[in-house]
Design a protein around this ligand. Structure first.
Ligand code: SAH
Ligand code: SF4
Length: 437
């Protein structure tokens, strides 16, 4: 039994290079992958069962108790959306304050919440160390989609994307990613309210069954939040481990319990991570193609200089789990006189067929932002483009822009909406390209 957070949890006394601490000083608030809090308590949000158990053990529980409590707490956090230990009715009353002194169950702080006239909602969120990022909820007749961020800013610089005009501040942690989904469920009031559907029966707590509905309320039927897209700020495959671990919690039957078929990860084409995405996460893939020639894609999606179109399409053809039933979505932003000709549309069909891809194409009308150097294609052009792709045998719906009145539309996520001059933007893009190598 120890009274510090042990190194098994990735922390413990911090070594100071070139200096030997005569008395190691425990720093209980520092746990790997968890943003430290000023009050020194450890945020459990984003941690899997095993790490919660390790933390409980390090805090003084014996192994068996730590495992049991971790299992209970995990269920309350991810399946029930509870943020107060006091509300965990199957945990002994005396144990709850002990937990609350040492741990918290955090949520990203809400800086601002906006509601669009079309029902779209946008939240400006803040991490514990004061970085802002955004999340959007888009309700439709048959589904509700949460657009989740993976990074604060982005290292890439797609020329039509507002997030691309930000520097990368940092990757979001697992807790900050899954915390977005939790927060959306809080806001939509969508946590199951029913009784616990398992009992631990350790004889101490006397599990108090709630009984406010018969089936435990675990069904997803009628929920507003049905789908998740990793299409907020950032490139999810550049924050692979955290995105994977967060989505695992989202998909876990004892966690948020959302099917992997309802989750889509969008990438600008980070080829080396794509196979891992299929193997280790198994969600649907969307690829930001946006152009069919090297020249144009090099310009508008500069990662193309590193990972070209043909290699990208080959990686898509190899994507584990892709099939006609689970097609890959190719996103294509419609930019006037840039990538929107009939010839582009025909080339798109040819390429997708050449690689024998189970594909659908999502045509996204460009959302302009202050300082952007492109315009959106005309509705007639978009229609003509869509028709050609459709006649080529590939579905090519046009995505309706949503939440434009609150700047929640695709690619507009940017917290500090300051306008940069053309020269400043060029400098930033040049720096990013150097960093990309
Ligand atoms: N970084 C990832 C996911 C986030 S962007 C990616 O690039 O795929 C989500 C989608 O919005 C991408 O397809 C992106 O290209 C598109 N997008 C970005 N800016 C846009 C804009 N101004 N108008 C329309 N779509 C945009
Ligand atoms: Fe980054 Fe995606 Fe925007 Fe490109 S489109 S700059 S990858 S967020």
């Amino acid at each position: 039994m120890t009274d510090t957070i042990s190194s098994s949890a990735g922390a413990g006394p911090m070594p100071i290079p070139g200096h030997i601490d005569p008395v190691p000083v425990p720093r209980p608030g520092i746990v790997e992958g968890v943003t430290p809090r000023e009050d020194g308590r450890v945020d459990l949000m984003g941690l899997p069962r095993k790490r919660i158990a390790d933390l409980f053990e390090s805090a003084g529980l014996d192994l068996k108790a730590a495992k049991l409590r971790a299992k209970q707490v995990y269920h309350w956090i991810y399946h029930r959306g509870v943020i107060e230990f006091e509300a965990m009715t199957d945990i002994a009353k005396t144990m709850r304050p002990w937990l609350a002194e040492r741990f918290v169950i955090g949520r990203p702080e809400i800086v601002e919440a906006q509601h669009s006239s079309d029902g779209t909602r946008k939240w400006l969120l803040r991490t514990a160390d004061a970085h802002d990022f955004e999340m959007v909820f888009i309700p439709d007749a048959d589904r509700g989609t949460l657009c989740v961020s993976s990074q604060v800013g982005c290292t890439l610089n797609c020329r039509f994307c507002h997030t691309g005009t930000m520097r990368l501040v940092r990757n979001l942690t697992v807790g900050e990613i899954v915390g977005q989904v939790m927060l959306a469920r809080d806001a939509l009031g969508e946590w199951p309210k029913g009784r616990m559907d398992f009992a631990f029966g350790d004889g101490v707590d006397g599990a108090e069954a709630e009984s406010d509905d018969e089936d435990g309320g675990y069904s997803a039927d009628g929920r507003l939040l049905t789908n998740i897209v990793m299409m907020g700020m950032g490139e999810p495959l550049y924050n692979f481990d955290n995105v994977r671990d967060a989505l695992k919690l989202v998909m876990d039957g004892d966690g948020l319990a959302l099917s992997k078929r309802r989750i889509t990860l969008s990438t600008s084409g980070v080829i080396p991570q794509m196979a891992r995405c299929g193997e280790e996460i198994g969600v649907n893939l969307a690829v930001s193609l946006h152009a069919v020639t090297k020249d144009v894609r090099d310009e508008i999606v500069p990662i193309n200089k590193k990972y070209g179109i043909e290699d990208l399409l080959q990686a898509c053809a190899d994507y584990p789990g892709a099939s006609n039933a689970r097609r890959i979505t190719f996103e294509y932003v419609m930019l006037k006189d840039k990538n929107d000709s009939d010839e582009d549309a025909r080339e798109l069909v040819r390429l997708l067929k050449q690689f024998n891809l189970p594909a659908k194409v999502n045509l996204i009308p460009f959302n302009p932002w202050p300082g952007a150097q492109y315009e959106c294609s005309t509705p007639e052009r978009i229609k003509a483009f869509s028709d050609i792709v459709f006649k080529g045998g590939i579905s090519a719906p046009v995505r309706t822009p949503r939440g434009r009145d609150i700047d929640a539309a695709c690619g507009q996520l940017k917290t500090a909406a300051e306008k940069k001059s053309r020269a400043e933007l060029e400098r930033l893009y040049a720096e990013k390209e150097v960093a990309l190598g």
